[in-house]
Design a protein around this ligand. Structure first.
Ligand SMILES: [Zn+2]
Length: 131
């Protein structure tokens, strides 16, 4: 970025960074670790901005974080739960309808509806007896 303001060191070993909002370009200052990447600075500045697009992104990211926690709550004991988490972001970003993963007798799905990410688990318990 051309009009970048240099970072300043603070007394506590962190640094005051300046970042521009991804959407409106407004600058925001915040303390952070010294080697923050440009993308991290932009994300942080955007999360502090109060323009409409930035608020939309902040809400979306909060929803994604909550959805990841819900995956842990519902599916934490299954190894495939970790696989499902990154898709929370894709669902919210691209407004995908749903994503379903089936492992053994467990069906896990994530869907996007009215701005919310819904995590669902279904365990089928089928018994067969043969004589
Ligand atoms: Zn903004």
């Amino acid at each position: 970025m051309s009009n970048e303001i240099p970072s300043k060191e603070t007394s506590r070993g962190t640094i005051v960074h300046y970042g521009a909002c991804r959407y409106c370009g407004q600058h925001h200052s915040f303390e952070g670790i010294i080697d923050m990447t440009e993308e991290e600075k932009i994300t942080k500045a955007t999360s502090m901005c109060d323009c409409e697009e930035a608020i939309g992104e902040t809400k979306r990211l909060e929803g994604v974080e909550l959805a990841k926690k819900n995956v842990d709550k519902l599916l934490g004991k299954y190894a495939f739960a970790e696989l499902l988490k990154p898709f929370a972001e894709e669902l919210a970003k691209f407004h995908l309808d749903s994503l379903t993963v089936k492992v053994g007798n467990v069906t896990a799905s994530m869907s996007y509806k009215d701005g919310k990410i819904i995590v669902k688990k279904k365990v089928t318990d089928e018994s067969t007896l043969e004589a």
